[in-house]
Design a protein around this ligand. Structure first.
Ligand code: S3P
Length: 174
């Protein structure tokens, strides 16, 4: 079953800080598949950082660019690949439809404390600027749960190293 599943890109979705990029990179390494981080691809396409895009053009503009970049990545040459998406991508109905059509969506979730611990490592998330991280993350996680739950595979990530989460994703897609 795994070989058949790998005909489509594995797309990691879920909250910021859950570890989509780290888990995706490890998973791709294990499976010898190319890995792409959608946020990085957006920054390359725009030649701007994500905070700069939000600041200068706003969130709606970012979401539209995000959808276009993800569409391009999912249509790209290699269908055997792993793609990590930004936390809001799968919440946008158009982007979600694209991902559900063309990829195998895996929802990575974890408890709020783990998210807070992990987002604390970098200050690059415009949606967390000027708010208490616990309050913002709790609200976003609640608002987004019904979108994320449309992913066919759900994996819980626990605190600590990502190896166990990677193993759970492998089991999920098998
Ligand atoms: C966002 C998450 C970020 C990035 C942007 C918006 C979100 O990606 O796309 O800051 O709406 O949750 P990560 O999930 O990689 O932090």
């Amino acid at each position: 079953a795994l070989a058949a599943r790998l005909d489509r890109p594995i797309v990691l979705v879920g909250m910021m800080g859950v570890g989509k990029s780290s888990v995706g990179r490890k998973l791709a390494g294990l499976l010898h598949l190319p890995f792409t981080d959608a946020d990085e691809a957006i920054e390359q396409a725009a030649q701007m950082t994500i905070p700069e895009i939000f600041e200068q053009f706003g969130e709606a503009y970012f979401r539209d660019g995000e959808r276009r970049v993800i569409a391009r990545l999912l249509d790209g040459a290699s269908h055997r690949s792993v793609l990590a998406t930004g936390g809001g991508a799968f919440v946008n109905p158009d982007t979600r439809r694209l991902i559900l059509d063309k990829g195998i969506a895996v929802w990575l979730d974890s408890d709020i404390d783990t998210l807070i611990e992990r987002v604390g490592r970098r200050d690059n998330r415009p949606l967390l600027r000027g708010g208490d991280p616990r309050t913002v993350l709790t609200r976003l996680r609640e608002e987004r749960a019904s979108a994320y739950s449309q992913a066919p595979i759900h994996v819980t990530s626990t605190a600590g190293p990502h190896g166990r989460t990677v193993a759970k994703v492998l089991k999920g897609i098998d």
